[in-house]
Design a protein around this ligand. Structure first.
Ligand SMILES: C[S@@+](CC[C@H](N)C(=O)[O-])C[C@H]1O[C@@H](n2cnc3c(N)ncnc32)[C@H](O)[C@@H]1O
Length: 226
């Protein structure tokens, strides 16, 4: 299966130039406020930033006093993230890792369990999320939280077919060099994978573009309870 990596390697420089130090309106105004509330970062929290892109949220976490391991499967993206977040090299460890590969994910284990994990705008970009949710059960401490933000599947499905898995080509940023893969899966599929891996849901938001009445993203907080 094409994991979409080739497209992200080609788009990495464009993504980093566009998102810059501060990220874009979408991330700052729609994603970040609710994510930040749900994550409730405390000084000293040990946090995993999943599919971190150019590390814009990793930097925010570090500014709040967290210790961060941040990963992405695009080597180019990680090179750019390391360069851009140089000032935070004491607090952020960037790694190349594929979220679909269970064994690679377990190599992100350090000498303490993670308190929190975050995946901003990435679940719909990841070809298979089962390994990720399963590995997170091992990587997070009991009662630890995993917050994820994804396109809202109920309002973004292709071909008038909500329940069937689908891979669509699309763009995250207008005029990006190549189209990327979006992996559609239903809400029940995502939630059931979470439940099967020892998580419960204890926070949920549906966020529209400003002035609109249909959500574009959903933000979910999972808590490890077994
Ligand atoms: C839309 S970007 C979001 C980046 C960042 N989380 C943010 O909010 O700025 C999606 C990211 O997912 C990464 N990605 C996609 N599939 C992945 C996988 N299997 N493992 C790790 N990263 C992946 C891409 O390389 C890209 O950086």
């Amino acid at each position: 299966m094409d994991s979409g990596l080739t497209a992200w390697e080609k788009n990495a420089q464009f993504w980093d130039d566009y998102m810059g130090d501060e990220s874009n309106y979408f991330h700052r105004d729609l994603v970040r406020p609710k994510v930040t509330k749900l994550l409730d970062i405390k000084k000293g929290d040990f946090v995993l930033d999943i599919a971190c892109g150019n590390g814009n949220y990793s930097e925010y976490l570090a500014q709040k006093g967290a210790k961060v391991v941040a990963f992405d499967y695009s080597e180019k993206m990680i090179q750019l993230a390391v360069k851009r977040r140089q000032a935070f090299s004491d607090s952020i460890e960037f790694k190349v890792c594929d979220a679909t590969q269970y064994d690679e994910l377990l190599k992100l284990k350090r000498n303490t369990l993670y308190d929190k994990a975050i995946a901003n705008m990435a679940i719909m970009d990841i070809a298979d999320i089962r390994s990720l949710f399963s590995a997170l059960n091992t990587l997070l401490r009991m009662d630890g939280v995993f917050v994820f933000v994804t396109h809202h599947p109920c309002f973004t499905y292709p071909d008038n077919d909500y329940f069937t898995h689908a891979i669509e080509k699309g763009e995250a940023i207008p005029k990006q060099p190549v189209l990327q893969n979006y992996y559609h899966r239903s809400v029940q599929e995502i939630f059931n994978i979470a439940f099967e891996n020892g998580f419960v849901i204890d926070g949920f938001h549906e966020v529209p573009f400003e002035g609109e009445k249909v959500p574009i993203i959903m933000i979910v907080r999972l808590r490890k309870n077994n």
